[in-house]
Design a protein around this ligand. Sequence first.
Ligand code: SF4
Ligand code: SF4
Length: 310
Amino acid sequence: MDKYFKRLEEIYEDFDREYFRKDIDNTCKACELCCTSTFRYPDLSALEYDYLKKYVKENNISPSVDNFKNFFQYKDSPYCPYWSKEKGCRVYLARPMFCRMFGLFRFEGDSELPKSCVFYGKRIDVTDESRYKIIKNLPEYMDLIYKYGLLKAENKEEKLEILIKMGKDYITQSRLEEALSILSEVEKIDPHNVSVLFDLAFIYREMNKPEKSKEKLERSIYLGGEEKYPYIHQHYGFVCLTMNCLEEAHKAFMKAIELEPDSMLPYLGMALFFSVREENVKALEYCRKALEINPQDPVALNLAQSILKL
Ligand code: SF4
Ligand code: SF4
């Protein structure tokens, strides 16, 4: 455990050095808003839970970390149990990473900060993908969280849940080889998991292995993946198109349009399908439908222009 705590500590220190330097004065001063139940907090990982538990024990701080966890989960009190009017955060050195990141970064779906916030207007927007490049040490921090979680998992289900999260996260980070290795292991244990099959199909498609991607998509569709991923047919259509399986691609795009008539990509898929078959009138018709939904789509625009030049 100690090596995990030690590395977590180093990551925390490094993060604070980078973002809470004295010269940029990134402190919240007297503001306490983020330590109230007004905000939505993510789950507390096993690693940060245990680390905080050790810290409060060593420093005789009460209440227990369970109270803190309940506050995060259920908002059962107006303030974080570690917040004090006089001292601010009483576990400042061991506060979890999301307490450090909040304010500095705006994640997709986060609400705007109040105008009184010291970070108002200075907040850095991050997407699911860009956060790993922008936020210092985030990939290593997440690896640590996952590895510790696996070590502490009490049963097979918990372990699988972490491995799936880890695999998805590696896809977001474009660490495709690692994602493939993890999710392939999960597939061996849970071969009926439509989500894992869908993710594996995505990885194989990105790795330019359409045959493997097609196989995983077929299995996911067979097992009912369409319910969770209504756009699965569209993916299948494009993979079939890459492999020149034209009739299967056509069927898949038709199904995708039936399920998601407002989505642009299935129309674009149909346009490409007809273009490959040199049925240009129909190809153009579908290009127009795609462009009605997204007038700026570069592929649809290029395709339409090249057909019109013929
Ligand atoms: S741990 Fe500290 S920073 Fe985080 S919510 Fe509680 S008082 Fe605020
Ligand atoms: S991040 Fe902004 S809103 Fe939150 S406590 Fe700091 S100053 Fe207040």
